[in-house]
Design a protein around this ligand. Sequence first.
Ligand SMILES: Cc1ncc(COP(=O)(O)O)c(C=O)c1O
Length: 385
Amino acid sequence: MALKVSRRGVIPPFIVMDVLRAANRRQAEGKDVLHLELGQPASGAPAGVIETAHKKLESDQLGYTEAFGIMSVRQRISEYYAAEQSVSVDPEQIVLTTGSSGGFVLAFTAAFDVGDRVAIADPGYPGSRNILLGLGIEPVLVPTGPETRFQPTPELLDKIDGPLDGLIVASPSNPTGTMLGESELGALSEYCRDRGVRLISDEIYHGITYENPGVSALRFDDEAIVINSFSKYFSMTGWRVGWMVVPTALSRSIECLAQNLFISAPTLSQYGAGAAFDCTEELDANVERYAQNREILLKGLPTAGFDQLAPVDGAFYIYADISNLTNDSESFCRRVLDDTGVATTPGTDFDQGRGSSFIRFSFSGATNQITEAVERLQHWMTKTG
Ligand SMILES: Cc1ncc(COP(=O)(O)O)c(C=O)c1O
């Protein structure tokens, strides 16, 4: 007799990881791949982080830390908020996590019960939606489009049937790169406060912006949970370290969950993260590279037939409406990979319905790869269509 499989565990895949597997297979066959699928900086961690990690490996036993993480690193994060957002954050409210992904698990578990309803923009980051599902929380998808820069608004939230327990926003967003300005985030925060809805603000692309800097929800709402990470601006994806700022009312509950679920974030990575704040020169040079890549794509993609692009305010993604080319983005991406070696992500990863006519280009990679990818796409489009 077949044994029971939990319904909670049956969640959609993270399609970009499936694309990565196909791309790696192609590489193993000796064919080349230009990686415009993954949102992963081409650079590794900055030199100062590596140096600190080497020293700690030699000198430190690297045992567990307290569940919320090393206090000196949390203090450093508090200084970052004072400098970047002019807000004062008590280091006691700062939690080091196993990437922001670990932060989501802690935040959602502490803030919501099974069956609660949490609104989230569609298209949006699949991890947030799928972690909610895995925890038995109902993601309430808010369809967004270019009219609102693919971001939720109080008017769109008003159209939702039934009560809401939470709202997740991401600015800059993945996959669209669009941002919420001060007034938009302020209005959403007020909407949430007035209705007893918990705001969760994913700020992991702060630092990678092209026009205006990212605005933190901490400026408006001390009941919001703010999620951040060392993966993107700080270029430390594989170190698996991020942080959260949590309201005092949830602090003990999050601490108990963290103690039991993770004990602590990886200690070596925590030390590295503390050093990352002193590496801004190197990290800002990475952002310069993303800005160059962004220009190359914004100029080159329209000439290859991809001319309906979301405004790229930040992050390193371009979300393209390809309804003029296909209504099956998954097979379109497979064809592009097979024919040109350019790996991209189908919009269905981010929006299970309308995503079939969208595609996401990531420009976190090396500039020569981006230039080459544009040339191949232009050539392919002239040949095929
Ligand atoms: C919007 C968003 N949030 C969270 C994450 C998770 O990142 P990490 O767990 O590496 O911090 C990602 C990863 O791409 C993302 O795009």
